[in-house]
Design a protein around this ligand. Structure first.
Ligand code: SAM
Ligand code: DTB
Ligand code: SF4
Length: 331
Protein backbone atom coordinates (compact mmCIF):
# COMPACT_ATOMS: atom_id res chain seq x y z
CA UNK A 1 0.00 0.00 0.00
CA UNK A 2 1.17 3.50 -0.77
CA UNK A 3 0.98 5.49 2.46
CA UNK A 4 1.23 8.74 0.50
CA UNK A 5 -2.12 8.09 -1.06
CA UNK A 6 -3.79 11.42 -0.50
CA UNK A 7 -5.70 14.08 -2.36
CA UNK A 8 -3.94 17.45 -2.29
CA UNK A 9 -5.47 20.89 -2.76
CA UNK A 10 -2.31 22.90 -2.14
CA UNK A 11 -0.42 22.50 -5.38
CA UNK A 12 1.96 25.19 -6.50
CA UNK A 13 2.39 26.09 -10.13
CA UNK A 14 6.00 24.85 -10.31
CA UNK A 15 5.03 21.37 -9.09
CA UNK A 16 2.39 20.97 -11.77
CA UNK A 17 4.75 22.41 -14.37
CA UNK A 18 7.35 19.85 -13.38
CA UNK A 19 4.88 16.99 -13.78
CA UNK A 20 3.49 18.36 -17.07
CA UNK A 21 7.01 18.70 -18.49
CA UNK A 22 8.26 15.21 -17.57
CA UNK A 23 9.59 13.14 -20.47
CA UNK A 24 6.40 11.79 -22.02
CA UNK A 25 6.83 8.08 -21.30
CA UNK A 26 7.93 8.82 -17.75
CA UNK A 27 4.82 10.96 -17.29
CA UNK A 28 2.57 8.23 -18.67
CA UNK A 29 4.20 5.61 -16.45
CA UNK A 30 3.67 7.74 -13.32
CA UNK A 31 0.07 8.52 -14.30
CA UNK A 32 -0.65 4.86 -15.02
CA UNK A 33 0.74 3.99 -11.59
CA UNK A 34 -1.45 6.56 -9.84
CA UNK A 35 -4.40 5.36 -11.89
CA UNK A 36 -3.91 1.80 -10.59
CA UNK A 37 -3.65 2.97 -6.99
CA UNK A 38 -6.96 4.80 -7.13
CA UNK A 39 -9.12 3.12 -9.75
CA UNK A 40 -9.79 -0.17 -11.44
CA UNK A 41 -7.84 0.37 -14.69
CA UNK A 42 -10.04 -2.13 -16.54
CA UNK A 43 -13.12 0.04 -16.20
CA UNK A 44 -14.22 2.97 -18.36
CA UNK A 45 -17.29 4.99 -17.52
CA UNK A 46 -19.61 5.48 -20.48
CA UNK A 47 -21.51 8.71 -20.30
CA UNK A 48 -24.21 9.28 -22.88
CA UNK A 49 -24.45 12.86 -24.02
CA UNK A 50 -27.62 14.34 -25.47
CA UNK A 51 -28.16 17.87 -26.69
CA UNK A 52 -31.62 18.72 -25.35
CA UNK A 53 -31.57 22.26 -26.76
CA UNK A 54 -29.30 23.00 -29.69
CA UNK A 55 -27.89 26.21 -31.16
CA UNK A 56 -29.05 29.80 -31.01
CA UNK A 57 -26.91 30.58 -27.96
CA UNK A 58 -26.33 34.30 -27.20
CA UNK A 59 -22.75 33.72 -25.92
CA UNK A 60 -19.63 34.22 -28.05
CA UNK A 61 -17.44 31.24 -27.03
CA UNK A 62 -15.15 31.25 -30.04
CA UNK A 63 -14.88 27.45 -30.26
CA UNK A 64 -18.60 26.77 -30.20
CA UNK A 65 -20.78 25.84 -33.15
CA UNK A 66 -23.91 26.66 -31.17
CA UNK A 67 -23.26 30.39 -30.74
CA UNK A 68 -25.97 32.25 -32.70
CA UNK A 69 -23.56 34.91 -33.92
CA UNK A 70 -21.41 32.55 -36.00
CA UNK A 71 -22.60 31.26 -39.35
CA UNK A 72 -22.37 27.52 -38.80
CA UNK A 73 -24.37 24.69 -40.35
CA UNK A 74 -25.92 23.71 -37.04
CA UNK A 75 -29.67 23.13 -37.01
CA UNK A 76 -31.30 25.05 -34.18
CA UNK A 77 -33.54 22.83 -32.04
CA UNK A 78 -35.83 23.99 -29.22
CA UNK A 79 -35.96 22.05 -25.95
CA UNK A 80 -36.80 18.41 -26.72
CA UNK A 81 -40.00 16.84 -25.35
CA UNK A 82 -39.46 15.22 -21.94
CA UNK A 83 -40.68 11.76 -23.05
CA UNK A 84 -38.22 11.75 -25.95
CA UNK A 85 -35.33 12.52 -23.58
CA UNK A 86 -36.34 9.79 -21.12
CA UNK A 87 -36.66 7.25 -23.95
CA UNK A 88 -33.18 8.21 -25.09
CA UNK A 89 -31.83 7.68 -21.56
CA UNK A 90 -33.58 4.31 -21.34
CA UNK A 91 -31.91 3.14 -24.56
CA UNK A 92 -28.55 4.45 -23.32
CA UNK A 93 -28.95 2.44 -20.13
CA UNK A 94 -29.78 -0.69 -22.12
CA UNK A 95 -26.62 -0.04 -24.14
CA UNK A 96 -24.44 -0.18 -20.99
CA UNK A 97 -24.25 3.52 -20.15
CA UNK A 98 -24.40 4.42 -16.46
CA UNK A 99 -24.46 8.18 -16.81
CA UNK A 100 -26.67 10.45 -18.87
CA UNK A 101 -25.72 14.05 -19.58
CA UNK A 102 -28.23 16.58 -20.91
CA UNK A 103 -26.78 19.69 -22.53
CA UNK A 104 -28.50 22.94 -23.40
CA UNK A 105 -27.09 25.81 -25.45
CA UNK A 106 -28.06 28.40 -22.86
CA UNK A 107 -26.01 31.23 -21.41
CA UNK A 108 -27.74 30.61 -18.10
CA UNK A 109 -30.75 28.93 -16.58
CA UNK A 110 -33.86 31.10 -16.30
CA UNK A 111 -36.70 30.41 -13.90
CA UNK A 112 -39.21 29.61 -16.61
CA UNK A 113 -41.23 26.72 -18.08
CA UNK A 114 -38.19 25.29 -19.86
CA UNK A 115 -36.41 24.95 -16.52
CA UNK A 116 -39.49 23.21 -15.08
CA UNK A 117 -39.28 20.77 -17.97
CA UNK A 118 -35.58 20.12 -17.36
CA UNK A 119 -36.44 19.41 -13.72
CA UNK A 120 -38.91 16.77 -14.94
CA UNK A 121 -36.26 15.28 -17.21
CA UNK A 122 -33.83 15.05 -14.29
CA UNK A 123 -36.45 13.26 -12.19
CA UNK A 124 -37.26 10.87 -15.04
CA UNK A 125 -33.64 9.92 -15.75
CA UNK A 126 -32.90 9.58 -12.05
CA UNK A 127 -35.85 7.17 -11.76
CA UNK A 128 -34.10 4.94 -14.33
CA UNK A 129 -31.25 4.53 -11.82
CA UNK A 130 -28.70 6.39 -13.93
CA UNK A 131 -26.36 9.13 -12.78
CA UNK A 132 -27.96 12.26 -14.14
CA UNK A 133 -25.78 15.12 -15.33
CA UNK A 134 -26.73 18.47 -16.84
CA UNK A 135 -24.83 21.28 -18.49
CA UNK A 136 -27.10 24.29 -18.86
CA UNK A 137 -24.81 27.31 -18.47
CA UNK A 138 -24.71 29.59 -15.45
CA UNK A 139 -26.80 28.72 -12.38
CA UNK A 140 -27.80 30.53 -9.21
CA UNK A 141 -27.56 28.73 -5.89
CA UNK A 142 -31.37 28.41 -5.72
CA UNK A 143 -31.50 26.82 -9.16
CA UNK A 144 -28.72 24.40 -8.19
CA UNK A 145 -30.72 23.40 -5.11
CA UNK A 146 -33.81 22.74 -7.26
CA UNK A 147 -31.77 20.52 -9.54
CA UNK A 148 -30.29 18.67 -6.59
CA UNK A 149 -33.73 18.06 -5.12
CA UNK A 150 -34.88 16.66 -8.46
CA UNK A 151 -32.07 14.09 -8.26
CA UNK A 152 -29.28 15.70 -10.26
CA UNK A 153 -26.04 13.84 -9.60
CA UNK A 154 -23.51 16.00 -11.49
CA UNK A 155 -23.28 19.37 -13.19
CA UNK A 156 -20.82 20.04 -16.02
CA UNK A 157 -19.38 23.51 -16.14
CA UNK A 158 -15.93 23.74 -17.69
CA UNK A 159 -13.28 26.33 -16.98
CA UNK A 160 -12.47 25.92 -20.67
CA UNK A 161 -9.04 27.55 -20.40
CA UNK A 162 -6.80 29.49 -18.01
CA UNK A 163 -7.99 32.60 -16.18
CA UNK A 164 -5.38 34.61 -18.13
CA UNK A 165 -6.44 33.37 -21.58
CA UNK A 166 -10.18 33.33 -20.90
CA UNK A 167 -11.00 36.74 -22.37
CA UNK A 168 -9.31 35.82 -25.65
CA UNK A 169 -11.87 33.05 -26.11
CA UNK A 170 -15.08 34.39 -24.55
CA UNK A 171 -16.08 38.00 -24.00
CA UNK A 172 -19.71 37.62 -22.93
CA UNK A 173 -18.85 36.29 -19.46
CA UNK A 174 -15.82 36.01 -17.21
CA UNK A 175 -13.75 33.28 -15.62
CA UNK A 176 -15.20 34.38 -12.27
CA UNK A 177 -18.72 33.71 -13.54
CA UNK A 178 -17.63 30.13 -14.21
CA UNK A 179 -16.15 29.76 -10.72
CA UNK A 180 -19.31 31.20 -9.13
CA UNK A 181 -21.53 28.62 -10.82
CA UNK A 182 -19.20 25.82 -9.79
CA UNK A 183 -19.42 27.08 -6.20
CA UNK A 184 -23.23 27.13 -6.37
CA UNK A 185 -23.22 23.54 -7.63
CA UNK A 186 -20.90 22.44 -4.81
CA UNK A 187 -22.92 24.21 -2.16
CA UNK A 188 -26.09 22.48 -3.36
CA UNK A 189 -24.43 19.07 -2.87
CA UNK A 190 -24.21 18.17 -6.56
CA UNK A 191 -20.97 16.60 -7.80
CA UNK A 192 -18.87 18.81 -10.07
CA UNK A 193 -17.74 17.97 -13.59
CA UNK A 194 -15.26 20.58 -14.77
CA UNK A 195 -12.34 20.60 -17.14
CA UNK A 196 -11.37 22.37 -20.31
CA UNK A 197 -10.31 22.40 -23.92
CA UNK A 198 -6.88 22.32 -25.53
CA UNK A 199 -6.12 23.58 -29.01
CA UNK A 200 -7.61 27.05 -28.50
CA UNK A 201 -4.23 28.71 -29.12
CA UNK A 202 -3.31 28.68 -25.43
CA UNK A 203 0.27 28.23 -24.20
CA UNK A 204 1.58 25.37 -22.08
CA UNK A 205 1.56 27.85 -19.18
CA UNK A 206 -2.18 28.37 -19.73
CA UNK A 207 -2.78 24.63 -19.59
CA UNK A 208 -0.81 24.33 -16.35
CA UNK A 209 -2.71 27.32 -14.95
CA UNK A 210 -6.08 25.77 -15.75
CA UNK A 211 -5.03 22.47 -14.14
CA UNK A 212 -3.78 24.40 -11.09
CA UNK A 213 -7.18 26.09 -10.65
CA UNK A 214 -8.96 22.73 -10.86
CA UNK A 215 -6.53 20.93 -8.55
CA UNK A 216 -6.65 23.64 -5.88
CA UNK A 217 -10.43 23.75 -5.60
CA UNK A 218 -11.40 22.95 -1.99
CA UNK A 219 -12.76 19.68 -3.36
CA UNK A 220 -11.58 18.39 -6.72
CA UNK A 221 -14.22 18.09 -9.44
CA UNK A 222 -15.36 14.46 -9.30
CA UNK A 223 -15.02 14.44 -13.04
CA UNK A 224 -12.58 16.31 -15.26
CA UNK A 225 -13.31 16.38 -19.00
CA UNK A 226 -10.33 17.07 -21.24
CA UNK A 227 -11.51 18.18 -24.69
CA UNK A 228 -9.49 18.69 -27.86
CA UNK A 229 -10.95 21.55 -29.85
CA UNK A 230 -13.56 20.22 -32.28
CA UNK A 231 -13.09 22.64 -35.16
CA UNK A 232 -16.48 23.84 -36.31
CA UNK A 233 -16.85 25.56 -39.67
CA UNK A 234 -17.98 29.17 -39.26
CA UNK A 235 -16.48 29.68 -35.80
CA UNK A 236 -13.45 31.94 -35.27
CA UNK A 237 -11.29 28.89 -34.47
CA UNK A 238 -12.28 26.81 -37.50
CA UNK A 239 -8.80 27.01 -39.08
CA UNK A 240 -6.87 26.00 -35.97
CA UNK A 241 -4.58 23.03 -36.39
CA UNK A 242 -5.73 19.61 -35.26
CA UNK A 243 -4.59 19.00 -31.68
CA UNK A 244 -1.76 16.51 -31.46
CA UNK A 245 -2.92 13.49 -29.44
CA UNK A 246 0.31 13.46 -27.45
CA UNK A 247 -0.78 16.85 -26.12
CA UNK A 248 -4.04 15.26 -24.97
CA UNK A 249 -2.06 12.42 -23.39
CA UNK A 250 0.14 14.92 -21.53
CA UNK A 251 -2.91 16.81 -20.24
CA UNK A 252 -4.74 13.65 -19.20
CA UNK A 253 -1.68 12.22 -17.44
CA UNK A 254 -1.04 15.44 -15.51
CA UNK A 255 -4.71 15.68 -14.50
CA UNK A 256 -4.62 12.03 -13.36
CA UNK A 257 -1.58 12.60 -11.14
CA UNK A 258 -2.73 15.83 -9.49
CA UNK A 259 -6.42 14.84 -9.11
CA UNK A 260 -6.03 11.12 -8.45
CA UNK A 261 -9.53 10.33 -7.20
CA UNK A 262 -11.34 12.12 -10.05
CA UNK A 263 -12.70 10.54 -13.18
CA UNK A 264 -10.69 11.96 -16.08
CA UNK A 265 -12.76 12.04 -19.24
CA UNK A 266 -11.35 11.79 -22.73
CA UNK A 267 -13.98 14.07 -24.27
CA UNK A 268 -14.08 15.92 -27.61
CA UNK A 269 -11.51 14.83 -30.17
CA UNK A 270 -11.97 11.05 -30.19
CA UNK A 271 -13.41 11.05 -33.71
CA UNK A 272 -10.02 12.11 -35.04
CA UNK A 273 -8.11 9.56 -32.98
CA UNK A 274 -7.29 5.99 -33.86
CA UNK A 275 -7.93 3.18 -31.35
CA UNK A 276 -4.21 3.22 -30.83
CA UNK A 277 -4.22 6.89 -29.82
CA UNK A 278 -7.22 6.47 -27.54
CA UNK A 279 -5.44 3.50 -25.99
CA UNK A 280 -2.60 5.81 -24.96
CA UNK A 281 -5.12 8.20 -23.39
CA UNK A 282 -6.53 5.33 -21.29
CA UNK A 283 -3.00 4.27 -20.38
CA UNK A 284 -2.36 7.85 -19.21
CA UNK A 285 -5.30 7.63 -16.82
CA UNK A 286 -8.45 8.55 -18.72
CA UNK A 287 -11.31 6.43 -17.42
CA UNK A 288 -14.40 7.96 -18.93
CA UNK A 289 -15.73 8.80 -22.40
CA UNK A 290 -18.82 10.32 -23.97
CA UNK A 291 -20.83 7.96 -26.13
CA UNK A 292 -24.17 8.19 -27.82
CA UNK A 293 -26.28 6.44 -30.43
CA UNK A 294 -26.49 9.61 -32.52
CA UNK A 295 -22.73 9.38 -33.15
CA UNK A 296 -22.32 13.02 -32.18
CA UNK A 297 -21.15 14.88 -29.12
CA UNK A 298 -23.45 17.89 -29.25
CA UNK A 299 -23.09 19.02 -32.84
CA UNK A 300 -19.81 17.40 -33.97
CA UNK A 301 -19.16 13.73 -34.85
CA UNK A 302 -18.19 11.15 -32.24
CA UNK A 303 -17.53 7.40 -32.68
CA UNK A 304 -20.60 5.13 -32.67
CA UNK A 305 -21.54 2.93 -29.70
CA UNK A 306 -20.65 -0.33 -31.44
CA UNK A 307 -17.31 1.09 -32.53
CA UNK A 308 -16.61 2.12 -28.92
CA UNK A 309 -17.60 -1.30 -27.61
CA UNK A 310 -15.25 -2.92 -30.08
CA UNK A 311 -12.44 -0.61 -29.01
CA UNK A 312 -13.01 -1.37 -25.31
CA UNK A 313 -12.98 -5.04 -26.17
CA UNK A 314 -9.71 -4.75 -28.07
CA UNK A 315 -8.11 -2.86 -25.18
CA UNK A 316 -9.43 -5.28 -22.54
CA UNK A 317 -11.59 -2.60 -20.95
CA UNK A 318 -15.19 -2.83 -19.79
CA UNK A 319 -18.01 -0.37 -19.07
CA UNK A 320 -18.07 0.77 -15.46
CA UNK A 321 -21.23 0.24 -13.42
CA UNK A 322 -22.49 3.25 -11.47
CA UNK A 323 -19.71 5.42 -10.10
CA UNK A 324 -19.26 5.53 -6.34
CA UNK A 325 -20.53 8.84 -5.03
CA UNK A 326 -17.24 9.88 -3.51
CA UNK A 327 -13.84 8.33 -4.09
CA UNK A 328 -11.92 10.73 -1.87
CA UNK A 329 -11.89 8.23 0.98
CA UNK A 330 -10.11 5.80 -1.31
CA UNK A 331 -12.31 3.55 -3.43
N1 SAM B 1 -23.90 26.23 -22.69
C1 SAM B 1 -23.36 25.56 -21.58
C2 SAM B 1 -21.98 26.05 -21.21
O1 SAM B 1 -21.32 26.67 -21.99
O2 SAM B 1 -21.59 25.80 -20.06
C3 SAM B 1 -23.32 24.07 -21.72
C4 SAM B 1 -22.91 23.41 -23.00
S1 SAM B 1 -21.25 23.71 -23.56
C5 SAM B 1 -21.31 23.08 -25.17
C6 SAM B 1 -20.24 22.60 -22.61
C7 SAM B 1 -18.76 22.60 -22.85
O3 SAM B 1 -18.47 21.91 -24.04
C8 SAM B 1 -18.05 23.93 -23.04
O4 SAM B 1 -17.82 24.59 -21.83
C9 SAM B 1 -16.75 23.50 -23.70
O5 SAM B 1 -15.77 23.21 -22.73
C10 SAM B 1 -17.16 22.25 -24.46
N2 SAM B 1 -17.15 22.52 -25.90
C11 SAM B 1 -18.08 23.21 -26.58
N3 SAM B 1 -17.77 23.29 -27.89
C12 SAM B 1 -16.58 22.64 -28.04
C13 SAM B 1 -15.74 22.40 -29.15
N4 SAM B 1 -16.01 22.85 -30.37
N5 SAM B 1 -14.61 21.68 -28.95
C14 SAM B 1 -14.32 21.22 -27.70
N6 SAM B 1 -15.08 21.43 -26.62
C15 SAM B 1 -16.19 22.13 -26.77
C1 DTB C 1 -17.50 18.55 -22.18
O1 DTB C 1 -16.49 18.82 -21.52
N1 DTB C 1 -17.48 18.10 -23.43
C2 DTB C 1 -18.83 17.90 -23.92
C3 DTB C 1 -19.66 18.16 -22.66
N2 DTB C 1 -18.74 18.66 -21.73
C4 DTB C 1 -20.97 18.80 -22.71
C5 DTB C 1 -19.17 18.76 -25.08
C6 DTB C 1 -18.18 18.71 -26.16
C7 DTB C 1 -18.71 19.45 -27.33
C8 DTB C 1 -17.85 19.25 -28.54
C9 DTB C 1 -18.30 19.98 -29.72
C10 DTB C 1 -19.74 19.83 -30.07
O2 DTB C 1 -20.17 18.75 -30.51
O3 DTB C 1 -20.45 20.83 -29.88
FE1 SF4 D 1 -23.37 28.85 -25.62
FE2 SF4 D 1 -22.22 26.98 -24.13
FE3 SF4 D 1 -21.65 27.18 -26.78
FE4 SF4 D 1 -20.76 29.02 -25.09
S1 SF4 D 1 -20.20 26.83 -25.09
S2 SF4 D 1 -21.75 29.41 -27.06
S3 SF4 D 1 -22.42 29.13 -23.61
S4 SF4 D 1 -23.61 26.64 -25.87
Amino acid sequence: MNLNKQVRNNWIKEEIEEIYNLPLLELIYKAATVHREWHNPEEVQLSTLLSIKTGGCPEDCSYCGQAARYHTNIKVQALLPTEQVIEHAQRAKEGGSSRFCMAAAWREVRNNRDFDRVIDMVKGVNDLGMEVCCTLGMLTEEQAIRLQEAGLYAYNHNLDTSEQYYEEIISTRTFDHRINTINHVRKAGITVCSGGIIGLGETHADRVSMLLTLANMPKHPESVPINALARVQGTPLEHHEKTDTWEMVRMIATARIIMPSSMVRLSAGRIEMTEFEQGWCFMAGANSIFTGEKETLLVTPNPGVSEDMQMLNTLGLKPMKREKADCSTGC
